[in-house]
Structures are given as C-alpha cells and as structure tokens.
Design a protein around this ligand. Sequence first.
Ligand code: CA
Length: 229
Amino acid sequence: MAKVLLVEDDPSVRSALHRCLSNATYTVRECGTALGALRAVLDEPFDVMLLDLGLPDLDGRDMLVMLRTVSDIPVVVVTARHDEREIVRVLGSGADDYLVKPFSVEHLIARMTAVLRRAGTRGPSADVVTVGGLVVDAARRLASLDDAPLDLTPKEFDLLKFLAWRPGVVVARSELFQQVWLQTYHGERTVDIHLSWLRRKLGESAARPRYLHTIRHVGIKLEAPAPSA
Ligand code: CA
C-alpha cells in the first residue's frame, strides 16, 4: 500500500482527492502548504507526492527546487494551466510527471501508478552516505562515527545529513538555514549553535576540525579527514 503526501490548499479538493486515493487503497497524509509539505517529507517517508502548484506560502515550483535538495521522492504535479512552457519548467525543477486540471480519478491513479512503478525500478537510492568514518542513514535517521552510534537531535541530524550528501562542497550558513530549517532569514546564529553542538558530538571543535570545516566568510563543508589525521 503506497503512502501519498497530498499537497493541496483547497480543502474541498483535498478531501475529494483524499477520498479517491483512499478508495484506491493509498494511505494519504494531507498538507495545505509548501513548507508544511517539506517538513512532512523530512518527518516521515512517503512513496509519492501529489503537488498542487498554486499554494499560499510558496510557488509549487520553488518548493520543488527546495525539495530536490533534500529528497528524491517521486512527485506528480497538478497544474491548472495547460501551458507547455510551464510544464517544461516544472519537469525541469524535479517533477516526475504532471496532470492538468480537471482530471479524472482514473487518470490520476494511472499517473501515480506509473510514477511508483518507475521509482520501484530506479534501484537503490542514496539513502545511506559514508564519508570517512561517518555513516548517515537517511531512511532510518541513524548516524554513526567510527561504528559508534551518534545521539543527535532531529535538527543536528538534518544538518549532518544535508552536509554529508554533498561532501567537500562549501555551503553558506544562509543556505543551510533555508534548507534545514526551511526558513529564510536571520538564521546564521541558529546554524552556528547547532553546528557547535554537532561538532561536540563528532568529537571535534571549530579550532580542531576533523569533518566539519568553516571556510571564513563563505560557509561550512563536511569532508573526510586525511588518513593521517
Ligand atoms: Ca491551489
């Protein structure tokens, strides 16, 4: 039984879709905002997302771009406009397929089934990443260092995961705040505090870094220590 995250701000459309999908034996979680959907994806695993583009807090396409930095969940976009350029842009932003309103339930189920089938044959996704002695398991939300489990808070885990997925890449604090906290302003101090906690749990400090390196005036990167270190 596939689990669907249904992202739609219109309550009547949402409950109608919920009913149809439940009848088709899907398990459904509803969400009315783009940021709420991003949080939901970080909270629990879903098999597929059904995403309405017209959302109150963020444009669905901007949300897709943010989503793709943290998740490869299959996404079927629902759009009101049969505009070829818009559809090309949406697919380019990371959607797997799209539906133009109005659509029949049969059409919706057929699209979702096809997307799920392709996802099922996509092969193992990068759920587990290893950087040196650090192992981060995104699906089970577990991390370990040199085979010892790390006891991380949810935000510390998300921060570690975000950096571990792009080893060696310097990420600005503002981007970390946007991607991990899903907020857009005044977050550098929050990032610094969580980074210092994370460093402590990794047994290192800003002055004596092993995995987490601060590049002054640029950002943070995570990389494996040199073998001799
Ligand atoms: Ca809408």
